[in-house]
Ligand binder design. Structure first.
Ligand code: ADP
Length: 182
């Protein structure tokens, strides 16, 4: 299964992706995690990405897309993947479509995690990651509304809506049911 996970920052996509990855036996590919690994290792990509991430802005698409392309070229993605954090713009969605088309593949679906803004702010402040201060959170929610939310219309009937409020287990059950795997 080739799935994209969509939802506002703090929707719990990463937590759900880890569980789904285990249950479905396909890798979880998180652009945020890939950036943080690069930052931790001090790679040129990490150094470039850090300034944007710390400001709550999107890393430029060419940098992000190259990173995703090389990750999707690894053999563990042959049976599918859960893409978390990419695409974040319609431009990135078009790039992904092209990358997959080159391999003769297409997306099977887009899981959209629905959660209110109050809940995402609460979750982000609770996890306390370096980029989770109140200012950055506000910026990221604005970026989500303007740049990422339009993907819901863009994907149209490929969207699978998941109610992402409740416990981790409840949300995971809903996602598995929606995928016909429960
Ligand atoms: P969250 O889901 O809380 O927003 P992520 O770990 O997915 O956190 O992303 C952290 C940061 O990494 C984003 O705020 C952004 O700066 C950068 N980033 C992640 N994915 C992308 C992307 N597809 N395009 C541009 N920047 C990205």
């Amino acid at each position: 299964m080739r799935l994209v996970l969509l939802g506002p920052p703090g929707a719990g996509k990463g937590t759900q992706a880890a569980l789904l990855s285990e249950k479905l036996g396909i890798p979880h590919i998180s652009t945020g995690d890939l950036f943080r690994a690069n930052i931790g290792e001090g790679t040129p990509l990490g150094i470039e990405a850090k300034q944007y991430i710390d400001a709550g802005k999107l890393v430029p698409t060419d940098v992000t897309a190259r990173m995703v392309e090389s990750r999707l070229a690894e053999s563990d993605t042959e049976q599918g993947f859960l893409l978390d954090g990419f695409p974040r713009t319609v431009e990135q969605a078009d790039i992904l479509e092209e990358l997959l088309a080159k391999q003769g593949h297409k997306l099977d679906g887009v899981l959209n995690f629905n959660v209110s803004e109050d809940v995402v702010v609460e979750r982000m402040l609770a996890r306390g990651r370096a980029d989770d201060n109140e200012n950055t959170i506000r910026t990221r929610l604005g970026v989500y509304r303007e740049e990422t939310a339009p993907l819901i219309d863009h994907y149209g009937d490929r969207i699978i809506n998941i109610d992402a409020e409740g416990s981790v287990e409840e949300i995971n059950d809903r996602a598995m049911t929606a995928l016909g795997r429960s």
